[in-house]
Design a protein around this ligand. Structure first.
Ligand code: SAM
Length: 261
């Protein structure tokens, strides 16, 4: 019998993005240090996190409705029902989803992500988006890269500073996708509510986390070569396919679904 795999080390002395986000959206898989940090954030950040999660639900359901049955989700976060695979497999039961996050707490809870509908499949890899080649290599063992894929980078790229080449990372991931694939992206802004953005950035920095909030123009540059589908690059609560869309609430989160031509 082989030895059990070592449990991932969870650092409970410092706040972590996945756990702070879990606290923001009302989850229970966080520690006092994450809650203490979350409490200090402007209340709009919690609103933005909930709006972001709701956008994720709508966007991936839309793609599944188009028949997209393969998803690569990077920066998955701590499982929160409904998880991406539960949404898309509710529409396309045979959908396959590969999840990725670099935080050991997500690996610790990954079992919840691996309970797939029997007709489909889910997989989890602990990996860093700054190593897109590693993620792609693994994803190719599960997904068929000759058919359209939904790549979701949801509330992830604002953790990647310019020096870490966010534009190159997205370009590398997108260039691996066949025509007809889609990128689902959301990103916290610094130009909608600049004061709140500044306060949140400082609070994250005090807890040892880098936030690289971006303007609409900068987020748009992440979509180079792609074709945003309706309603384009908007704030998260404005991203609605049904007409008439509900009257959106204010939000500091940008959201977009863009097609690979
Ligand atoms: C704000 S949460 C978003 C979770 C989920 N995508 C959602 O929108 O509901 C951001 C996630 O990105 C992960 N993350 C941050 N930096 C990362 C990196 N360099 N590589 C992979 N994941 C990362 C965090 O651990 C966290 O789980």
């Amino acid at each position: 019998m082989s030895a059990p795999a070592p449990r991932p080390l969870i650092d409970t002395s410092q706040a972590h993005p996945a756990r702070v986000y879990d606290w923001l959206i009302g989850g229970k898989d966080n520690y006092p240090v994450d809650e203490a940090m979350g409490e200090k954030l402007p209340p709009e950040v919690r609103v933005g996190a909930l709006q972001n999660r709701a956008f994720m639900n709508r966007a991936v359901a839309h793609l599944a409705g188009l028949g997209v049955d393969q998803f690569l989700d990077i920066g998955t976060g701590i499982p929160t029902a409904p998880n991406l695979h539960q949404i898309v497999q509710g529409i396309v039961p045979s959908a396959k989803v590969v999840y990725t996050d670099n935080d050991p707490i997500v690996l610790r809870h990954a079992e919840a992500l691996l309970v797939s509908n029997p007709e489909g499949a889910t997989d989890y890899i602990q990996a860093d988006v700054r190593e897109p080649g590693v993620i792609l290599e693994h994803a190719r063992t599960v997904l068929d890269f000759s058919r359209p894929i939904g790549l979701s980078l949801i509330a992830l790229m604002h953790f990647i500073a310019d020096e870490q080449d966010p534009y190159g990372i997205v370009a590398t991931l997108v260039s691996a996708l066949p025509s007809g694939s889609h990128l689902v992206l959301s990103h916290a802004s610094n130009d909608i509510f600049p004061d709140i953005a500044q306060e949140a950035t400082e609070q994250y920095a005090r807890s040892g986390m880098t936030l690289a909030l971006r303007s609409r123009e900068e987020v748009g540059r992440l979509l180079a070569g792609l074709e945003p589908i309706e309603p384009g690059l908007v704030t998260a609560p404005e991203w609605f396919r049904e007409q008439p869309a509900p009257r959106p609430e204010p939000s500091g989160m940008y959201a977009v679904v863009a097609r690979v031509p």
